[in-house]
Design a protein around this ligand. Structure first.
Ligand SMILES: Cc1cc2nc3c(=O)[nH]c(=O)nc-3n(C[C@H](O)[C@H](O)[C@H](O)COP(=O)(O)O)c2cc1C
Length: 342
C-alpha cells in the first residue's frame, strides 16, 4: 500500500477511524498499569497518531471511584484518545461507553483480548471470544450508545482450535464498528510464541473497515515491512516502546520518507528517563510514582552493558531524590566514558 504525496512521498496513508483521520497510522497500545495519562502525554509527541487508555472495567465505571476515573482522565496533548472498556454485559458496556464519551473519549474501544484470569473469569476480555453472539450484542449496544467511532481490539480466538477473529470482524462491521485491532495470538497463548501476522493479513483481506496490526513490532524497518506485507491500515506498538519511545519516531520517519532516526546515546536516554520520573512524581505524588517508575527505569536501562547492578540498586531505592541522584551519577559516568560495573 503506497500513498503518493506530491510534496513528500509517504510510505503509508492516514488511518481513517470513522470521521477521525489519524496520522501517522501508528497507535500506542493500551497497557494496563502503564498507559496512564502521563505516559500517553509523554510518548505521543514521539510520533504516535493515536493513544489508548488502559482498559477500564465497565462494571467499575458504574461506581466511579477516584482510581477508576483517573484511568479515563486525559491530559489533552495526547489526543485523539481511545478509551478502552471491558465487560461482558451489553447494557453495562453501553452505559460505560456513554460515560467515557461524556468524559472526552474521542473513540470507544472494546476489549476482546485480555487473557488475564481476573478478567476472563467474569467472561470479560478474551473470554468474550468464546461466545461470538455475545460479542455482537456488546458491539451493537456500544455502537448504539455513543456518537463517536467505536473500535474493537481482539485476539485470534480463545484457543488454537477456535480462531473466531474473522467471524467477530464480520459481525463488528455489520453493527457499525469502524476499525479493528488484531493482536495475533490466542488468549491461551498469553504472550508465548510469536504473533502470527499471516492472520492479520487474512483479517485485512476479509473486511472493508480499517485493520490495525499488533504484535511483536520492535524495529522501524520491520514494522513498516509487516504493515506493507499484511496490507493493514495501521500498526500498534506496545512493549517495545517502553523505555524506548524513540522507536516510534523511527517508524514515523520511514512513513514520512526520511531515514529512521538512530536510538539516542545511553546518557541521553537516561536523561529522558529523569524527565519521565520527575513528571510522574509531579503528577501522581512520590508514594505512587516511585514504585511505578521502578519498572520504567528498568525499561530505560535495557540493553546497557553493565546496567544490571544499577537496576538492582534502583529497585531498592526508596525515595525519588535518591533514585534521581543515582541516575544522574550514572549519566555523568557514561559521559565521562567510564564503564558501568557489570
Ligand atoms: C503490561 C501490559 C498491559 C496490557 N494491558 C492491556 C490492556 O489494558 N488492554 C489491551 O487491549 N491490551 C493490553 N495489553 C496488550 C497490548 O496492548 C498488546 O496487544 C500486546 O502487548 C502485544 O503488542 P506488543 O508485542 O507490541 O507489546 C497489555 C500488554 C502489556 C504488556
Amino acid at each position: 500500500m503506497i500513498y503518493e504525496n506530491p510534496i513528500m512521498p509517504h510510505a503509508a496513508a492516514p488511518l481513517q477511524i470513522g470521521t477521525l483521520e489519524v496520522w501517522p497510522p501508528v497507535v500506542l497500545a493500551p497497557m494496563s498499569g502503564v498507559t496512564n495519562r502521563t505516559l500517553r502525554a509523554l510518548y505521543k509527541p514521539f510520533g504516535f497518531g493515536l493513544t489508548v487508555t488502559e482498559f477500564v472495567s465497565s462494571n467499575a465505571l458504574q461506581h466511579g471511584s477516584e482510581r477508576t476515573m483517573e484511568m479515563i482522565d486525559q491530559h489533552g496533548v495526547e489526543k485523539p484518545v481511545a478509551t478502552q472498556l471491558w465487560g461482558s454485559d451489553p447494557a453495562l458496556m453501553a452505559r460505560a461507553a456513554r460515560l467515557v464519551r461524556e468524559c472526552g473519549a474521542d473513540i470507544v474501544d472494546i476489549n476482546f483480548g485480555c487473557p488475564a484470569p481476573k478478567v476472563t473469569k467474569t467472561e470479560g476480555g478474551s473470554a468474550c471470544l468464546r461466545d461470538v453472539a455475545r460479542c455482537e450484542a456488546i458491539m451493537r449496544a456500544v455502537v448504539n450508545a455513543v456518537d463517536c467511532p467505536v473500535t474493537v481490539k481482539m485476539r485470534l480466538g480463545w484457543s488454537e482450535d477456535t480462531l473466531v477473529y474473522r467471524e467477530v470482524a464480520q459481525r463488528a462491521q455489520s453493527v457499525g464498528v469502524v476499525a479493528l485491532t488484531l493482536h495475533a495470538r490466542t488468549a491461551k497463548q498469553f504472550y508465548k510464541g510469536s504473533a502470527d501476522w499471516a492472520h492479520i493479513a487474512a483479517l485485512k483481506a476479509s473486511v472493508d473497515i480499517p485493520v490495525i496490526g499488533n504484535g511483536d513490532l520492535s524495529d522501524p524497518h520491520d514494522a513498516l515491512r509487516r504493515m506493507q506485507e499484511s496490507g493493514v491500515d495501521g500498526i500498534m506498538l506496545g512493549r517495545a516502546v517502553l523505555g524506548n519511545p524513540w522507536l516510534v519516531g523511527g517508524v514515523r520517519d520511514l512513513m514520512e520518507g526520511r531515514p529512521a532516526r538512530e536510538l539516542p546515546a545511553a546518557a541521553e536516554r537516561l536523561r529522558y528517563s529523569m524527565h519521565h520520573y520527575r513528571t510522574m512524581v509531579d503528577e501522581w505524588g512520590e508514594a505512587r510514582a516511585v514504585p511505578q517508575m521502578r519498572k520504567h527505569l528498568g525499561y530505560y536501562l535495557k540493553g546497557f552493558s553493565g546496567a544490571s547492578e544499577l537496576r538492582e540498586r534502583l529497585m531498592r531505592t526508596p525515595t525519588a531524590a535518591e533514585t534521581l541522584e543515582a541516575v544522574a551519577a550514572t549519566i555523568e559516568r557514561l559521559e565521562s566514558c567510564e564503564t558501568l560495573a557489570a
